[in-house]
Design a protein around this ligand. Sequence first.
Ligand code: ZN
Length: 297
Amino acid sequence: MDIFEGQNLLEFSERFKTDENCKEYLSKIKWSSGYNCRKCNHTGSQERVDYSRTCNRCSDTESTSVDTLFHRVRFGLRKAFFICFEMTTTTKSLSAKQIESRYGITEKTARLFMMKVREAMKSSENYPMDGEVHVDEFVVGGKETGKIGRSYDTAKKKTVCAVQLTQEGKVKRMYALKITDFSSKSLKTIFTKHIDPTAKVTTDLWKGYVPISKDYNIQQISSNKGLNFPALHTMIHQVKSWIRTTYSWVSEFNINRYYDEFCFRINRSQDKKTIFDKLIKRMMKHEKMALDEFICR
Ligand SMILES: [Zn+2]
């Protein structure tokens, strides 16, 4: 099967005219390395008209979307595919409110599905950043004072952010993580998850980075109000303004999912041709999730 490539909306709507077209796409991914019955492990099966498969031995029928992040999408796979397309190929994605008016599903349903998409966009943490990496912290929400730097205002959500730079000083990759405070222990999470110990890391003069330099190659320089970290500060500005303008409110509980979405697009901005297909494959690989996994209790 040819994977869907590119960002052309007309080509996309030609390719995915019906839910069946989407099921066919999913079936090719699901059984790309052959069929194995989930109940009895038999390898022989019959394909049905809806692209589900029935085991020749035990007659168990498995749909294309069962137990994936497309599990029981009530509004239909075609709309789900379109939302995935919007979230991967547009620069700023859409709010759940905009999805509601464009696709005729409720805002709540849209929000839940979009959370699942963000879950699929989460980094595998298998490819840590190396080369030149800049790290800094920022806050979102609460009252914006316009100043860059650490704040102890508890209404603000604290975040640590890292970018890997190209030789020209442009952003190659980026990750952002919610942290509870600006202590060394909290700041270290982004190093452990996303930065290779061989990377040449630069931070500002915050003392919280000092203990981390035991395990990482860190150079500390004055931030000079962000001027010494131009690429990083452009990204911080973009992620903050994206959250502020697209979403009226983002909970502390889910904010990492929004960062995952933002970074997924940034990290594949040179790779837009295959970004939709990559997301669909991740949706298929991920096990199903229930509503309460997205609600803070
Ligand atoms: Zn079977």
